[in-house]
Design a binder for this molecule. Structure first.
Ligand SMILES: Cc1cc2nc3c(=O)[nH]c(=O)nc-3n(C[C@H](O)[C@H](O)[C@H](O)COP(=O)(O)OP(=O)(O)OC[C@H]3O[C@@H](n4cnc5c(N)ncnc54)[C@H](O)[C@@H]3O)c2cc1C
Length: 426
C-alpha cells in the first residue's frame, strides 16, 4: 500500500505519549510540507502515569484514562490507521502492518520518506516465573483492576512486596554519558508503595509496615539522584516501610514468597511487580537497533546510519529511565529535525541542544503527591523533591489539561508545574 503524496510522507509508529507528541510537533513545525500518518493497534491514548492513582481512589482507569486518539489527530490533519505493526525494513523504506479493527485482515506494506518509531516497549511480565498465578501490577487498567479486586475482597492482611525486575539495557551505540540502569522505571514502585500504604490505612487493612519495597539496584529510583532518594527513603522508613536493595532480579513468585536472583526470599501475600521493559521482538536484529532491540539514536533522535529513521519515547535506546516526560522532550526534538529536513526550520534552530530531565509526580494517597525534578542522572546538578498537596493538584491538573487539549499540553504547562511545585509549599 502506498500513501500517494507530493509531500514528504512521515509515518509515525505508535500513538501513545511519544507517537502523539511527535506527530503534533511535526505538524506544528513542518506545517503543510508533510503528510503525517500515525499507526497504532488501538485507537486511544492510554494515560498510564495516573493508573495507580485512579485505582486507589476507586475509579476504573479503563473509564477515566483512555483518551480518544483519532479525533485528537484529525484536529491536526493527521491520518490514523488502526493496525498491528509487524515489521520494519529500513533498506526498502517499508513497514509491514495488519489492520487490527477486525480479525482476519491480510498484511500490507506501507512506504515512507521519514519514519518515527514510537512503539514503546513490551512489558515482559510473561518472563517472570509465577507472575500469572501469584503476581500483580498496575501498568494497565486490566491488571490494576485485578489488584484492587484482590485487595478489596481477598486480601488477608499479609506482607506485600513492591518492586522491579532487572532491566536489560543495550550497549550498542550508547553515549558515554548515559549510565546503566538496573530497573527501567522506578517512580511507579515508589508511588504504588506510598499510595497503597495510605489505602491500607483507610480501609483498616494495615499500613506501611505491611510493605517491603525492593530494587535490583544499589538505590531505588537512582535516576532521581542520591539527595532525592535519601530524602524519600528517610520519609519511607519513618512511615514503617521495609526496604531491600541489590536484589539483582526477580527469580520467581510463589504463593507466599518472592525469590530474588541474589538468593534472598521474603514472605509476600501480595507481589506488585514491574518487569523488564523489552523492545518488541521484530525490532531486534535490525540495523537501527542495539543488541536488545531498542532503536539507536543520537541526541537528535535520528539513527546515525539511517538518518530518515527517528525514534522517541520508550522505544529509543537513549530513553533511560523509561519515562513519558523524557519521551515528550524527545518528541519535540523529532519535530524540529523533520522541520529542518523539509526546509521549514534552520539547522541552528533545529539543533538547539537539550538535556534530558527526570520529571515525575507520584501519588502518595490522601490528596498528597511527591514531585521529582532531576537531571543528575544525565550529569546535571538539579535534584528537587517536594511532597504535599500541591504536587497532587498538579498531577490531576496536568492530566486534565492533557485530555482537554487532546494531548497538546501548552508550552507553559510543564514549566508552570515545575515552578509551582518547586517554589510553593502547600
Ligand atoms: C504504572 C506506571 C506509572 C508511570 N508513571 C509515570 C510518570 O508519572 N511520569 C512519566 O513520565 N512516566 C511514567 N511512566 C512511564 C510512561 O508510562 C512511559 O514512559 C510512556 O508511556 C512511554 O510512552 P511511549 O509513547 O514511548 O510508549 P507507550 O506508552 O508504551 O506507547 C506505545 C504505543 O505503541 C503501540 N504499539 C506497540 N506495539 C505496537 C505494534 N506492534 N503495533 C501497533 N501498535 C503498537 C501501543 O499500542 C501504544 O499506544 C509510568 C509507567 C508505569 C507503568
Amino acid at each position: 500500500m502506498t500513501i500517494k503524496s507530493e509531500k514528504t510522507r512521515v509515518l509515525v509508529l505508535g500513538g501513545n505519549f511519544a507517537g502523539l507528541g511527535a506527530a503534533q510537533k511535526i505538524r506544528d513545525l513542518a506545517g503543510d510540507a508533510v503528510d503525517i500518518t500515525v499507526i497504532d493497534r488501538k485507537a486511544y491514548l492510554d494515560y498510564i502515569p495516573n493508573i495507580p492513582l485512579e485505582i486507589f481512589e476507586g475509579r476504573d482507569p479503563a473509564v477515566t484514562m483512555h483518551m480518544p486518539l483519532v479525533e485528537a489527530l484529525a484536529k491536526d490533519d493527521i491520518r490514523f490507521q488502526q493496525a498491528e505493526v509487524l515489521g520494519v525494513d529500513v533498506d526498502a523504506r517499508r513497514v509491514t502492518i495488519r489492520p487490527s479493527e477486525r480479525p482476519g485482515a491480510p498484511n500490507y506494506d506501507i512506504g515512507y520518506d521519514k519514519l518515527v518509531i514510537a512503539l514503546g516497549a513490551r512489558l515482559a511480565y510473561d518472563e517472570i516465573e509465577g507472575f500469572e498465578q501469584f503476581g500483580h501490577t498496575v501498568s494497565d487498567a486490566w491488571h490494576a483492576n485485578r489488584l484492587i479486586d484482590y485487595l478489596e475482597h481477598d486480601y488477608n492482611g499479609g506482607p506485600i512486596a513492591v518492586g522491579s525486575a532487572r532491566f536489560a539495557q543495550g550497549k550498542r551505540g550508547r553515549p558515554d554519558w548515559l549510565p546503566t540502569a538496573l530497573a527501567a522505571c522506578e517512580g511507579p514502585p515508589v508511588e504504588v508503595s506510598l499510595a497503597l500504604a495510605h489505602w491500607l490505612g483507610e480501609h483498616d487493612k494495615g499500613s506501611a509496615e505491611n510493605i517491603t519495597i525492593f530494587t535490583p539496584g544499589a538505590m531505588i529510583a537512582e535516576d532521581a539522584g542520591e539527595k532525592v532518594v535519601t530524602q524519600l527513603l528517610t520519609a519511607a522508613s519513618e512511615m514503617g516501610f521495609t526496604y531491600l536493595n541489590k536484589t539483582e532480579d526477580i527469580a520467581r513468585l510463589t504463593r507466599d514468597t518472592i525469590e530474588f536472583a541474589d538468593g534472598r526470599s521474603i514472605e509476600a501475600e501480595v507481589k506488585i511487580v514491574f518487569p523488564n521493559w523489552k523492545p518488541h521482538e521484530f525490532l531486534r536484529g535490525l540495523p537501527i537497533s542495539d543488541e536488545e532491540g531498542f532503536i539507536v539514536t543520537g541526541m537528535d533522535m535520528r539513527n546515525p546510519d539511517y538518518p530518515d529513521v527517528f525514534a522517541c519515547g520508550d522505544a529509543a535506546a537513549i530513553t533511560v529511565p523509561k519515562l513519558g516526560a523524557i519521551g515528550h522532550q524527545e518528541a519535540e526534538v523529532v519535530g524540529r529535525q523533520i522541520a529542518r529536513d523539509v526546509g521549514r526550520m534552520s539547522a541552528d534552530e533545529a539543533n538547539v541542544p537539550w538535556q534530558p530531565e527526570v520529571v515525575c509526580i507520584g501519588d502518595m494517597g490522601g490528596g498528597k503527591a511527591f514531585y521529582i525534578h532531576a537531571n543528575s542522572w544525565f550529569g546535571g546538578d538539579v535534584q528537587e523533591l517536594q511532597m504535599g498537596h500541591l504536587p497532587y493538584a498538579e498531577k490531576l491538573a496536568y492530566k486534565e489539561l492533557f485530555f482537554r487539549n487532546h494531548g497538546r499540553v501548552p508550552g507553559w504547562g510543564l514549566p508552570v508545574a515545575q515552578w509551582s511545585a518547586e517554589n510553593i509549599a502547600v
